[in-house]
Write a protein that binds this ligand. Structure first.
Ligand SMILES: [Zn+2]
Length: 299
């Protein structure tokens, strides 16, 4: 049975103070080079094919996360003309006018005022980089607490000029994405660490987010990508809630190969930014398999 290779891109374009340090930006040149490299070695498949299990010999699913407007440009100029399917996992809370994610606000504050100032403002004793603040300190917070941190950062380091941020999608863009052959998936309403959600927050961030995306896109949403991609955020409770709210496919990151998966409805992905072709080959053809082998042996 062929094993799915799954890659993830985020923003395709330039990065500024709101994006630097998050490790999410690919240049347009790198993205198109990745696509060409992948197209020579794999067969692009849709989520329909993945769910049916009827896959070609070397299947590859292209995915995108968050709410970057640049992905719409890629869908218009590159994917749709070539008939390449993809899934775009979107946070519907981020398509609202004036919305800003905790990650973008943290990146802006750190890039503008320095990590020391930001950690002092948040009362964090241990501090080295924006990424570690997000994956360690912020992972413990539920959605309401995260919104509190955003408000605190804006009060201390704002006002912010959102025109300086990479453009995000608007609600109207979702229908166009669907018309271009992009399937819309759920990425939680406001981009949260799912491990820390209360029951009410889980309802809003997962089931509520799916309903919002379906309304905006006028399409069925049946997949969920866990923000930050960590298996610790796919708790038994989150998994049960996701299944019960109609998510048939759940995506993590971890850059492992999919011949060893934690459950029938869960897949791993490799997140890509500006890797060289040689790095792509190492990652997708060697390192992913080593990580899965290690996981199989050590658990
Ligand atoms: Zn994300």
């Amino acid at each position: 049975m062929p094993h799915l290779t799954c890659v993830l891109h985020h923003h395709i374009g330039q990065e500024g103070a709101f994006e630097k340090g998050l490790g999410l930006t690919s240049s347009r040149e790198a993205f198109e080079r990745h696509l060409a490299w992948l197209g020579e070695r794999y067969e692009f498949v849709s989520l329909d094919q993945v769910l049916s299990g009827d896959l070609p010999k070397k299947p590859l699913l292209l995915t995108f996360d968050d709410a970057w407007h640049s992905v719409l440009g890629i869908a218009r100029d590159v994917l749709s003309p070539r008939g390449i399917p993809a899934v775009y996992f979107i946070n519907p809370g981020m398509v609202e006018e004036g919305a800003i994610s905790l990650d973008s606000m943290l990146a802006y504050a750190v890039n503008t005022f320095g990590i020391g100032e930001v950690c002092k403002a948040l009362g964090l004793p241990r501090c080295d980089a924006v990424h570690s603040v997000i994956v360690n300190d912020m992972a413990k917070l539920g959605s309401a607490e995260r919104q509190g941190v955003v408000a605190e950062l804006i009060a201390k380091f704002g006002p912010v000029d959102l025109d300086q941020r990479a453009r995000l999608l608007s609600g109207d863009d979702l229908k166009e994405l669907v018309s271009l052959g992009i399937e819309i998936g759920n990425h939680t309403k406001t981009h949260v660490h799912c491990r820390s959600l209360s029951a009410d927050e889980m309802q809003e961030e997962i089931a509520g987010s799916k309903a919002l995306l379906e309304e905006l896109s006028q399409s069925r949403v049946r997949s969920l990508s866990i923000p930050y991609g960590h298996e610790l955020d796919l708790t038994d409770e989150v998994h049960r809630h996701a299944r019960e709210s109609g998510h048939e496919a759940i995506f993590l990151v971890h850059a492992r190969a999919n011949w060893l998966r934690p459950a029938k409805d869960v897949w791993y992905r490799r997140s890509l930014t500006n890797q060289s072709n040689r790095e792509l080959a190492m990652e997708l053809q060697i390192k992913q398999h080593l990580r899965s082998a290690r996981k199989a042996v050590l658990g």
